[in-house]
Each structure stands twice: as C-alpha cells, then as structure tokens.
Design a protein around this ligand. Structure first.
Ligand code: F6R
Length: 362
C-alpha cells in the first residue's frame, strides 16, 4: 500500500507532482483555458469568505492573497470553530467557500450550515466528493488528490491550493480584471509546478541532513511574507504535529514586534523567501535574526541564495517559480523538513499522538 515508501506521508509527499498535474488537467484545457463549472460564476459576487480548519485554513489564507491580487475581490478567512460562533457580517452577494480534505470536519460542516441561507453561493473544495460538506454545498469542487492516509495533510494541501488558484483566476476572468494573455501566462506558470515539484523532491537528502540538527531544537520559527506567510504557518503546524517540536510561523515583518525576544543560537529560524518583490524586506528581517546569533535556514531560489546566503546557517535552493504560486512549490520542502525531523526524532510519522485524520467532534 505504501508503494515501497516507509510511510504514507513520504508516499503522499512524493505523489504531489502527479496529483497536481491531474487536478490541473481536470480544470483547464490543453488550449490554456479554465474549465471550471459554470455554476462557479463570480458575476455579481462582491466578496469571498473562506472557512476551514488547520492545514485547510492555511490554504484559504494563501488564497486570500490571490483573490485580492489577481481578481481585486475582497476575501476574508476564518477558522471554522471561530466563524460558526461569531456573528459574521455577510453580504448576501458573497460566496462562502469551505475547504476540507475529509469533508466531514464537524466545525467546518457546522460553519457551512450557519451561512447556507445567508449568502449567494456555498462552494466546497473537498477531497472526498461524497462527503457531508460536498453534499450540503451548492457546488463541490473535488481537489483530486486521491486518498490521503497520513494524518498530517500534504498532497491535499497543495491540491487545495491549486483549486483555489484556479478559482481566483476564474474570479478575475468573470470580473474582467485579467486579460487573456495574462491568464494564459498564469496558467502556464501553474502547469510548470509539477516539474518544479519534482526538482524540489530532490532536496530530500540535504533536508534529511539538516533535520538531524533541527531535531535537537526545542523551538523553531518559520518566517514568510505575502503568500509565503501562511506557508510559514503551515510549515510550523506540520513540524509540531509530527515531530512534537514547538514551532511557530510568523509574518516576517512581525518579528520585531515580539518574537525576536526568543532568538538565540538554540532557536533555528526557517525563512521561506523566493526572490520576489519583497525579498529585500525579508532579508533585512533575516539579518536582524543573525545579528542576535540566530541560526537561519534560508529557502530560496539560486538568485536569492546567492544574494543573501552570507551569515546564514544553511541554505536550500529551489527552482525559480512565479512568485504568486511559490507557496505551492515551497510546501514540498516544508513537508520534507517536518518529515525528516520526525524521522530523526523517531516519532510516529503517520499516526502522531493525540491526532485523528478526520475531526468529527467539536
Ligand atoms: C494538519 C491536518 C489538520 C487538518 C484539519 C482539517 O496536517 O491534517 O490540520 O487539515 O483537521 O481537516 P479537513 O481538511 O479534513 O477538514
């Protein structure tokens, strides 16, 4: 069942180029157009409200940047357990999007029921098309990741991101905020991801070596900016889930507002920073860490590593990627860091303590 891999998690990490390519093939045409259901129309929609739990909520958090930047559409994100007990001020012209791998998460399902009659459309992004969340939404978009067995979500996360990226492009198309050439280029950039992910999977050995050191840490920080900020949150969640090391993700710019007090030589800081428009800002945050003897692991592309490697503890070089879609690619090294750190610590990767694959209790 594990197809020669030691753990389901390793298998599911490795499957990502293939399942991502499947999802892209399903929702786009070879001519480079979007093939999303008509019912997904964003015409007349004035806002998207994205709701989920855990890893799926971080996918929503990334998508917020996309809906805003690509489609100029206001987007808000909340975790289901808060959303359902708040009195969210919803526009009747809004689209509510529920993201769930299992489609059975109790809080997410309750949140869906909470808004069902109050919004224009309820869309779900699910891995299990027969699930409760899929059945109770107006439209369900399967992420086509295939069965995910490892408790820590990996391939479902990147497939959720892919479907959300396509939704943001559809929103832009429906709202007339993207021209045909830009849309074609963005789709081409998405189609490049499976190949880039294969290259990222090649970092497994160097990551395993770095993980031997990370396994000795008590606390680890992850930093990212823009759409890489939610990926920092996801990297931290993955690591704490399976290695039981305390980890936190922060927006790079928030460092100086508190967490910098934690920095000393014993706290590794993992910086997720492709060479995008905000790279220099992140590098200056990184330098603040190094000035306090912090141990920086920089993940960037060759250009970024060349510019900023000085003074870092270690670097990992990823292939260059369209900055918008970078969280999808950088998810792979984030997952591998968690995986190999857990292996180095000898914890149960596929069945971490206290966790269940599907959280059907509130
Ligand atoms: C983390 C993880 C959880 C789930 C969360 C939501 O690796 O797996 O945080 O993402 O419990 O589950 P679903 O997506 O099934 O609603």
């Amino acid at each position: 069942e594990k197809a020669g891999y030691k753990h389901f998690m390793a298998k599911e990490i490795a499957e990502q180029p293939v399942v991502l390519a499947d999802a892209l093939k399903h929702y786009t045409s070879a001519r480079g157009t979007l093939e999303l259901p008509e019912a997904l129309s964003f015409k007349g929609i004035d806002r998207v409200t994205l709701v989920a739990c855990g890893t799926a909520s971080y996918a929503c958090h990334v998508a917020k940047y996309w809906f805003e930047q690509i489609a100029g559409l206001p987007a808000e994100v909340d975790v289901a357990s808060e959303f359902r007990y708040r009195d969210p001020v919803l526009s009747p012209a809004s689209m509510a999007v529920f993201v769930s791998q299992s489609g059975e998460t109790a809080d997410t399902l309750a949140a869906l029921r909470h808004v069902k009659e109050k919004v224009a459309r309820v869309v779900s992004v699910v891995n299990v098309p027969t699930s409760s969340i899929a059945r109770e939404s107006d439209l369900a978009l399967p992420i086509l990741a295939g069965v995910e067995v490892g408790v820590a979500s990996t391939k479902a996360f990147t497939c959720q991101l892919t479907v959300l990226a396509l939704m943001a492009l559809k929103a832009a198309q429906d709202r007339g905020t993207i021209d045909a050439a830009t849309l074609a280029r963005r789709l081409e950039d998405l189609r490049a991801l499976p190949g880039l992910m294969n290259a990222a999977l090649g970092l497994s050995d160097p990551i395993a070596r770095i993980a031997k050191d990370l396994a000795k840490a008590q606390d680890i920080l992850f930093l990212g900016r823009g759409p890489m900020f939610p990926l920092a949150l996801e990297g931290a969640l993955k690591l704490k889930e399976i290695s039981y090391i305390h980890a936190e993700g922060y927006a790079s710019g928030e460092l100086k507002h508190g967490p910098i007090a934690l920095i000393d030589a014993a706290v590794p800081v993992i910086v997720l920073a492709p060479k995008d428009a905000l790279f220099d800002k992140t590098v200056s945050n990184m330098q603040e860490v190094m000035a306090r003897n912090g141990k920086v692991l920089l993940l960037s592309d060759a250009e970024g590593v060349e510019t900023a490697a000085q003074g870092t503890w270690k670097t990992l070089t990823l292939p260059p990627v369209a900055p918008l879609w970078a969280p999808i690619l950088y998810a792979i090294p984030a997952q591998l860091l968690a995986y190999h750190t857990a292996i180095a610590k000898g914890t149960d990767v596929d069945q971490p303590r206290n966790l269940a694959k599907s959280v059907t209790v509130e």
